[in-house]
Structures are given as structure tokens and as C-alpha cells.
Design a protein. Structure first.
Length: 190
């Protein structure tokens, strides 16, 4: 499409160098727009870390999507966990901490903590809904998930989380689709 013959025929390169049709009713223009939408990388990775913590402040699961040293992780977890656990249930579930905006929610004895950029574009309510979906997915797999399920099946909990979040971006929230790889693993390992 980059040749002069292609340009004369009504084709050219659109934004990002994708071939698009110029002018009227050809479906290639729509195809070009949809290809750009698919190929465009996300502007930022929204989620920086996800923690599952018990009421005593012990981390049961930690997943980081930004590189931090072990010392930075321990410091971050310690300070952040103390901050979240010290808040009453009547207080808001959104906290600003250092360069992060933190959204957390308590389910039974576990706190689910999600850290994002301290950016105005972050939708805290969507993150609360993501936490709820994560808990529902864990509930569906473990049949009423509890702290011991996470502790003794840490690999499976990480698989579920990895199916839902890729490199800090939420990629899937469909419970059946998220759990399908685990069911296949169980089927083929027995």
C-alpha cells in the first residue's frame, strides 16, 4: 500500500503506519482503525502491585509489576500494611501512599491491596470491582476461599492472578476463562 500505485488506488498509510483506505465506503478504513487499536500498546501499566495480607499483617501473596529491591518491598509492605490495618471500616478504602494510590478491601481475615500510580486517570471504583472479581474467582475455585487455601495453594493463586493481570494491566475478568487453565492442569495431571 505504500507504493504510488497503491496511493492512486485510494490506499495510504494511516496513524501508526497501518494501511487504510481513503474516502468512502470501503471497509478497510474501519479495519485500519481496529488494527491500530489492537496494536497500540497501553499508555501505562495501571497496577504496580497486588498484596494479600492477613489481619496480623503477614503477607500471604505478593505480586509486583514494577522492579523493586527486596528491601524496598519489605519496607513498602510493612508501612502500607500498617496503614491499611489501622484504618477503621467506616473510612474510605482509598489511600495515597508515597507515589502510589492504594485501593484495598477486607474479606473475612484477608486484606486485598492493589497499588497503582498516583494518577488522576486511575478509577478506584473499577479497582474495587476488580478486587471483588478476584475474590469471587478464588471463591469459585477453592469453594469459599480462606487464608489457608492461599497459603497451601500459592502456585494456583498466582496462576489465577496471572490469568487476570498481565504486566500490570487487567486482561481478563471472566471467571470461567480465568479458571479454565487450572481445570486443564488438573485434568492432565490426574
Amino acid at each position: 500500500f505504500g507504493s504510488s500505485a497503491g496511493r492512486r488506488a485510494g490506499f495510504g498509510r494511516g496513524e501508526g503506519g497501518f494501511p487504510v483506505a481513503r474516502g468512502g465506503g470501503c471497509g478497510l478504513a474501519r479495519l485500519g482503525r481496529s488494527l491500530r487499536a489492537i496494536a497500540r500498546p497501553p499508555l501505562f501499566r495501571m497496577i504496580k502491585f497486588i498484596l494479600m495480607v492477613n489481619k496480623q499483617g503477614q503477607t500471604r501473596l505478593a505480586q509486583y509489576y514494577d522492579p523493586l529491591t527486596v528491601r524496598e518491598r519489605v519496607t513498602l509492605e510493612g508501612e502500607l500494611i500498617r496503614k491499611c490495618l489501622s484504618r477503621s471500616e467506616s473510612q474510605c478504602s482509598f489511600v495515597e501512599y508515597r507515589q502510589y494510590r492504594v485501593v484495598y478491601r477486607r474479606y473475612a481475615s484477608l486484606y486485598f491491596i492493589v497499588g497503582t500510580d498516583n494518577d488522576e486517570d486511575v478509577n478506584e471504583l473499577a479497582l474495587l470491582e476488580f478486587i471483588h472479581t478476584l475474590v469471587e474467582t478464588l471463591d469459585k475455585y477453592f469453594e469459599n476461599v480462606c487464608e489457608l487455601d492461599i497459603m497451601f495453594n500459592l502456585e494456583k493463586a498466582h496462576i489465577i492472578l496471572d490469568e487476570m493481570v498481565l504486566d500490570g494491566c487487567i486482561v481478563d475478568t471472566n471467571k470461567a476463562a480465568v479458571l479454565n487453565p487450572l481445570y486443564l492442569l488438573e485434568k492432565h495431571s490426574s
